[in-house]
Design a protein around this ligand. Structure first.
Ligand code: F6P
Length: 198
């Protein structure tokens, strides 16, 4: 790949309430990010006469985030189930505080080994890495993809290209409203970040 652009979806109604998972709409601030995204992508430097391909998950918040970018550029857009957020099973829709209260042992176990901890009825980071294999393969043979997805998914894709360790990658900070541009090189991957001014 020449470049890979990565972004979380804009802030969602669930992000505002501190709830995980779900399929919420963007908040009004998240909507502002969606509107700003075409400009941020331009500012990040798209090579002349280059069409990117937009990949989103199947969840509303990523599709809503890519909406203006797609409308403005007419770039092809693909929705991948494999890009959906980590499945948190019985904890879906809960806040971290509620999880700690309802499932204290699970909460502690996740903190102990976040990469391997599998939500009841859901996934671990290890599971996510496995389901991302087709995505990574497709990425490896494509140029110029922009991916609008979720926090855990970005951590896994980023870790693959940046060679970060599995004990650290699940804890990596992935800020909202920030576009990352990765440029794989012969040795190591160059990383740039573009923060939205909203
Ligand atoms: O809070 C937003 C979110 O995308 C949740 O939907 C998801 O469960 C979580 O982040 C993943 O982050 P962590 O693995 O740190 O809980």
């Amino acid at each position: 790949p020449r470049h890979i652009w990565l972004s979380r979806h804009g802030e969602s109604e669930y992000n505002l309430q501190g709830k995980i998972g779900g399929d919420a709409n963007l908040s009004s601030r998240g909507e502002l990010y969606a509107q700003a995204l075409p400009g941020i992508v331009r500012r990040s430097g798209v090579p002349q006469d280059t069409q990117l391909v937009i990949w989103t998950s199947t969840l509303k918040r990523t599709i809503q985030t890519a909406r203006y970018l797609q409308a403005e550029t007419k770039w092809d857009q693909l929705e991948w189930k494999a890009l959906d957020e980590i499945e948190s099973g019985v904890c879906d829709g809960m806040t971290y505080g509620e999880i700690e209260k309802t499932y204290p042992e699970d909460f502690a176990a996740r903190d102990q080994d976040k990469y391997n901890y599998r939500y009841r009825g859901g996934e671990s980071y290890r599971d996510v890495v496995i389901r991302l294999e087709p995505i990574i393969m497709e990425l490896e043979r494509s140029d110029n993809i922009i991916i609008v997805t979720h926090q855990a998914i970005i951590r896994c894709i980023y870790a693959y290209f940046m060679d970060s360790s599995s004990d650290k990658s699940p804890w990596m900070e992935v800020p909202l409203h920030t576009l990352m541009k990765l440029t794989p090189k012969a040795y190591g991957t160059k990383e740039e970040r573009f923060k939205a001014d909203i």
